[in-house]
Ligand binder design. Structure first.
Ligand SMILES: C[S@@+](CC[C@H](N)C(=O)[O-])C[C@H]1O[C@@H](n2cnc3c(N)ncnc32)[C@H](O)[C@@H]1O
Length: 286
């Protein structure tokens, strides 16, 4: 079993450099937790597991208001501190009840059984070597009749226009391979029913288990620029780039990374550019 330090080191996107922070703080509850929106209301106690820089969490805090509580959990203490600074900077800290806890989703051992109304996770299960254990822990800390909310990507279902864009095809291939070589499942979103079943969720009860597909769409010029240029930066500057270079099985060179970066930049000027990221979304009533 990996130590927390090893988990942070093995995290596929590496250190939280500026390009990654910028990418993550674009996220909010509307674009990254749409399946959960109808269930958010004042007074609830929510656990946001693997909260990252906290931009989705900020919307949870706004939704539950001063009578509710949001607990942010991270394995990476430095990004947890940053989430706290962000919530202060975004004006959602004052007057609300928020707690920040370093913990591992595999255990959530700082929490009691049946503690939360909602236990939420976004794009964390896909970074686990033992996803079922993470889901078991989430279910354990969720109250009876509370909600376990999960949203994970299906990277094999990245859609790109124009079709057959060589640099992006290669980027997708490397993205899938580096995850698999590192022991993670890049298609976690489509495994959620299976893993939830293995974690003891009653997946055949339609009153309890709800599965849906949700997407990130990048279709408008401004969004395309943002997505493409963020990746143009990430493929050369981030820990993700370092991991690609280190993986001897892949044989990636710095020139290859530069080719990917230039490709992403060029893609943002394509007239028909469009990019879709599929996600599996689960709402489970415990
Ligand atoms: C892709 S980011 C998602 C962040 C946030 N949920 C969002 O969507 O903006 C994944 C986060 O999971 C955290 N993480 C990875 N393994 C973890 C673990 N075992 N326990 C808790 N958090 C973990 C990472 O530190 C990282 O911040």
């Amino acid at each position: 079993m990996s130590t927390p330090k090893e988990i942070v080191q093995n995290y596929i996107h590496g250190d939280y450099i500026d390009a990654i922070k910028k990418a993550y703080t674009w996220r909010n509850a509307k674009n990254s937790a749409p399946h959960l929106l109808p269930h958010l209301k004042p007074g609830l106690k929510i656990l946001d597991v693997g909260c990252g820089p906290g931009s989705i969490t900020a919307d949870f805090v706004r939704a539950v208001g001063p009578t509710g509580k949001v607990v942010c959990v991270e394995i990476n203490e430095s990004i947890l501190n940053e989430a706290k600074s962000n919530l202060i900077k975004w004006g959602v800290y004052e007057g609300n009840s928020i707690e920040f806890v370093v913990d591992n989703i595999l255990f959530l051992d700082k929490f009691d059984d049946n503690e939360f109304d909602i236990v939420h996770v976004h794009q964390v299960i896909q970074h686990l070597k033992d996803p079922v254990k993470g889901l078991e822990a989430m279910k354990r800390v969720c109250k009876k009749n509370g909600i376990v909310s999960i949203r994970e990507s299906i990277y094999e279902a990245f859609y790109c226009m124009p079709e057959n864009y060589q640099a992006i095809k290669l980027w997708k291939e490397l993205y899938l391979k580096i995850n698999i070589n590192s022991g993670f499942n890049p298609n976690a979103g489509k495994f959620l029913k299976k893993w939830c079943r293995e974690a003891g969720f009653d997946v055949n009860n339609t009153k309890k288990f709800n599965y849906n597909l949700g997407n990130w769409f990048f279709t408008q010029r401004e969004d395309i620029k943002w997505w493409g240029l963020t990746w143009a930066d990430r493929v050369v500057n981030s820990g993700f780039a370092k991991k690609l270079l280190e993986d001897k099985q892949l044989g990636v060179t710095e020139n290859d990374l530069q080719y990917l970066s230039d490709g992403w930049k060029k893609w943002t000027d394509e007239e028909d550019a469009l990019f879709i990221v599929d996600h599996g979304e689960v709402i489970y009533f415990k």
